[in-house]
Design a protein around this ligand. Structure first.
Ligand SMILES: [Zn+2]
Length: 163
């Protein structure tokens, strides 16, 4: 029988559908794994309210873990939990470093929530590390990201909004 840690290790193999360099555990999407005699309960939390990726993530978890749970005679259940709400503080420093290496400017601290309504202050270019950047659009490739351009290397990039 797999332990909760074993299930968590398997969940670390499930990538975030929007940011494939990050897995759903380091994203802070997986809140809890509860192992019972007959079942395995995985609690996940939406990163952004109404983020359409949540259904896809729940399906990915079921696809990967259901056959393994069945081998052990257990039933897999994936539940959404909404409290406490996810914030970008759930991203580990390692996850933020991976984001930047992937070309997405990571979120800052949630102390500054202006990013939700307008321009986030001094977003660093993930490519050349310049602070001379400007927001082009509040919505980038997904609603979770804003679109920026760097004045120094002229490259466009996404900034993962801070919430
Ligand atoms: Zn740049």
């Amino acid at each position: 029988m797999r332990s909760a840690d074993d299930w968590l290790a398997l969940l670390q193999e499930v990538p975030d559908p929007e940011i494939p360099v990050l897995n759903i555990v380091e994203m802070g999407i997986v809140r809890n794994v509860d192992c019972q005699e007959n079942g395995v309960l995985v609690n996940i939390t939406p990163t952004y309210m109404g983020c359409p990726a949540m259904d896809a993530i729940a399906d990915d978890i079921r696809d990967k873990l259901t056959p393994l749970a069945q081998e052990e005679g257990r039933k897999l259940q994936v539940d959404l939990v909404y409290a406490p709400a996810w914030t970008t503080d759930w991203l580990s420093d390692g996850a933020k470093a991976k984001l930047e290496a992937y070309g997405i400017a990571p979120p800052g601290k949630t102390a500054d929530k202006r990013a939700l309504n307008g321009e986030a202050p001094s977003v660093r270019c993930p490519l050349c590390k310049s602070d001379r950047t400007e927001m082009v659009s509040l919505f980038g490739s997904t609603a979770c990201k804003a679109h920026y351009r760097c004045h120094d290397c002229s490259e466009p990039f996404d900034h993962f909004k801070c919430i």
